[in-house]
Structures are given as C-alpha cells and as structure tokens.
Design a protein around this ligand. Structure first.
Ligand code: AMP
Length: 430
C-alpha cells in the first residue's frame, strides 16, 4: 500500500474528489476562513502570523504546566545540540502575546485587535472532531479591561457562525472572577470534595490538590454526578464586587445586541492568568463535550511571559468543528465557480494560439485552455466538467478572422467576440 498520512491529520481536497465530505472540502475550509476574515476585519482586527513552532518554555508558561496539553499532548521537536526543544504550537494565544511584546506592538492604537488562522498541533487521542493537526481561527484584543471589549469579542464569534448560516449554536457564559475570588472558591471546593475524594476519577483527585476548579469541567460522568449530588455552589457565587459588575456589564451588552447566552457553572479555567469572562460556543448536534470554540479574558498572561501587565481577551474556533456543525445542519456551502471561459483548439497547430489568448485574458478573469486539440463535442464536454460558464473552440476559420464563437454552456447561446476584445468581454461578464 502507498504511504498514508499520519493519524489525526486530514487532507483538504479539491471539488469533485471521490467521497468528498464537507469537513475535508478545501473550498468549504476556505469559505470558513473567508467568513472569519470578513467579519473580523470589518471590526478593525489586523491579521498577524506567527511561527508554527515556538520555544517549549513559551508553551509551558503560556498554556500552563498543569494542563493536559502540556503534560501529555505536546509535539516536541528536538534537533542536535543542547537546545531545550521546540514545540509545534498547540494554540495561538501565547504566540500572539509573545509577538505583541517582542515587536513593540504596545505602541499601536489600543485596544489592539489581532486575528490569525492556521494549523495547531496536539498529540491527542484521535476521535471525530479531535485531531492531532487541526485549524483554528483566533481573535485576540490586547490593552483593555473594558467589558465592552469582552462583549464585542463574543458578538464577533456569534457573527461568524451566523454568517456561515449555523443556527443550532449556544453561547455558554461564565465568569471566573479575580484571583482572590478564585482562591476563595478553590478553598471552598477542596472543603466540599475532600471528604468524597475516593469517589472522584483519578484525574479529578489529582486536580483536588492542584486545580480543584477543573473538577467542574471533568468529562467523567461520575465526577459530574458527584458535583450535582453535593450541590456544589457555582463560581458566580464567589465573584467580588468588581468582577460582578464587569460580568453584569458583559451580559447587559449581549442582551442589548440579542446574542442569546446561557450562564453555565461548568465554564471554568484552571490557570492563574485567566480573569473574569470565560465562554464557549456549543452546537446541539456536534456533542456536548466538543465545543465549536472557546474564549476568555487573560489579563495575567503577559506578565506570566515576562512582559508588563497587559489586559487581554480572546477566542479561538476550531475550523474542523465548524465544518462538522455545518454538515450536521445540512448547510450547503456553494461550490466555487469554475473558469469563466474554457478555450480549446481544434487542431494541434492552434493549441499555442488558444493558450496565448487564454493567458492574455487572465488579467480579466479565470480562463483555462485545453493542452491538446479537441473536437467541438469533446471541448464542450470538457468545459462542462470544469464548470466553465463560456467555451470557445478555435479552428482555422476563427484563427483567420480573429473572431471567436463564444458559447454560453447553460443555454447553448452563441455570440461572436473579436479575439482582440476578449478581455473586455470577460470583464463585463465577471
Ligand atoms: P482550546 O484552545 O482548547 O480552547 O480550543 C479551542 C477550539 O479549538 C475548540 O473549541 C475546538 O473547536 C478546537 N479544537 C481544540 N482541540 C482540537 C482538536 N484536537 N481537534 C480539533 N479541534 C480542536
């Protein structure tokens, strides 16, 4: 058997490929990116691109040494020498904050909205919607604590799914307060869970020490049942005055803009640098535990990376998850258009002429040509297969007169277009 791609990766394929599902259709993938670009750039977000690999230390500090991502899922790249290793980036936020600090982007107007998209890498157990190379759209706003910035970030995420035509999406919203609120909550959780530690999953027993809040977003049914049984109070009960006002303002804006959201006590974040607003977007048909995307405020991250205090908020979507949701809802993303014109020569001597005319007209539109001579019947069939709108066949008569018979494939209608006017004709149709 020929060599296969690595487990947990996907090929994104052209139109017409056999067994083409939406989640691996390259054009659908591009449409999600284009939609995100349109929505985000309209809001004033600037595109940024960072390397696909970073210092391992950045990922350790930026994602958190206690997370599954760092403990179990890092793709580490070693090379000769005593360098501590690079990591294929598992997410975009740490890289963007690093780039912001390293390149002096604090001098740009604030708050600064940045966005990117690209592949991310996590050595996960592979399942549907859980890949080892997946792709995210990422939006980050640096330089403001204003709840209006959080609300706008959520609105933008909502706007992307709305423009894509998805309907079964819910925003699950929470706040994890300020560090002192969280300390109080963690102390409370230890008190509640410690007497029942024997009933927790191994992972959650581990968390009881390091990170009790993470018990609340455990995927174990036993942990979830115990949380219910013990009547564990939500983080929101522990918010201090300022965090409560901030959260109230975020909800106020969202209600005003008619973004539907549910308060969800299972939205927690284990790391110290997260503050206040946290949310996830879920889809009714993609599965309760597989979010389309998530976001939150991370005011402490910049300092964690060795920089000054820079308040910030951001989110990421998984493009593959969005495609699965579109597929589940039966949203048909239109296939991209084929060439506007397909040109073919009827005899070998004139293949070069067809090519020259096609090349000359490409400043006006997408124009393709046949690489060998074709009879008119085969030429029109070939043009159809390529989803062309117009086709023309060049024989000795057309060559001598310098006039093409341009056929509209959908209707069969023909019109004469002078070869010299081909670009103008195509510009008018495009
Ligand atoms: P996270 O950076 O973990 O908050 O993930 C943000 C989003 O990226 C998730 O909501 C998913 O849509 C997507 N995502 C995360 N991990 C994977 C994965 N292994 N495979 C596919 N999508 C993922």
């Amino acid at each position: 058997m020929a060599l296969q791609r690595p487990k947990g990766t996907q090929d994104h394929l052209p139109e017409g490929s056999p067994k083409l599902s939406l989640d691996v259709r390259a054009s659908a993938f591009a449409q999600v990116q284009d939609t995100a670009r349109r929505v985000l750039e309209r809001s004033g977000a600037e595109f940024i691109a960072t390397p696909l690999f970073e210092e391992a230390e950045l990922v350790r500090r930026g994602v958190g040494g206690s997370t599954d991502i760092v403990r179990k899922e890092m793709f580490t790249v070693y090379y000769f020498g005593d360098h501590g290793g690079y990591v294929l980036r598992p997410e975009g936020t740490a890289s963007i904050v690093r780039a912001y600090l390293q390149n002096g982007l604090r001098q740009l107007p604030s708050p600064l909205k940045l966005w990117t998209h690209g592949p991310m890498f996590r050595a996960e157990n592979v399942q549907k919607g859980r890949l080892r190379q997946f792709h995210q759209v990422d939006y980050e706003v640096l330089g403001s604590t204003d709840p209006l910035v959080d609300a706008e970030a959520i609105w933008l995420m909502w706007e992307v799914v709305r423009e894509l035509g998805l309907t079964g999406v819910r925003v699950k919203l929470g706040s994890i307060g300020d560090p002192s609120d969280r300390e109080a909550y963690n102390a409370y959780l230890r008190e509640v869970f410690t007497p029942h530690a024997g009933r927790l999953s191994d992972d959650s027993r581990d968390r009881l020490d390091r990170n009790p809040m993470r018990i609340l977003d455990s995927k174990s049914a036993g942990d979830q049942a115990l949380t219910l049984e013990l009547g564990v109070r939500p983080m929101l009960d522990f918010l201090g005055e300022e965090a409560r006002a901030h959260f109230g303002a975020v909800q106020g804006y969202l209600s005003d803009w008619r973004v539907p959201f549910d308060l969800d006590p299972s939205i927690v974040r284990g790391l110290d640098y997260y503050r206040r607003t946290a949310w996830e977007l879920h889809h009714t048909q993609v599965g309760a535990k597989s979010a389309l995307g998530g976001g939150g405020r991370y005011d402490g991250l910049s300092a964690q990376l060795g920089g000054p205090e820079v308040p910030a908020v951001g989110w990421a979507f998984g493009i593959e998850r969005l495609l699965l949701a579109l597929e589940a809802e039966g949203v048909a993303l239109p296939a991209p258009e084929g060439p506007l014109l397909f040109l073919a020569a009827m005899d070998e001597e004139r293949v070069g002429l067809a090519a020259r005319l096609a090349l000359g007209a490409r400043s006006a539109a997408r124009v393709e040509f046949a690489y060998r001579a074709l009879k008119p019947g085969s030429a029109f069939k070939e043009a159809d297969r390529r989803r062309a709108r117009y086709a023309a066949v060049i024989g000795s008569e057309e060559a001598a007169r310098g006039v093409l018979n341009v056929k509209t494939l959908a209707t069969g209608e023909q019109r004469a277009v002078a070869a010299a006017d081909l670009s103008t004709f195509l510009s008018e149709q495009a």
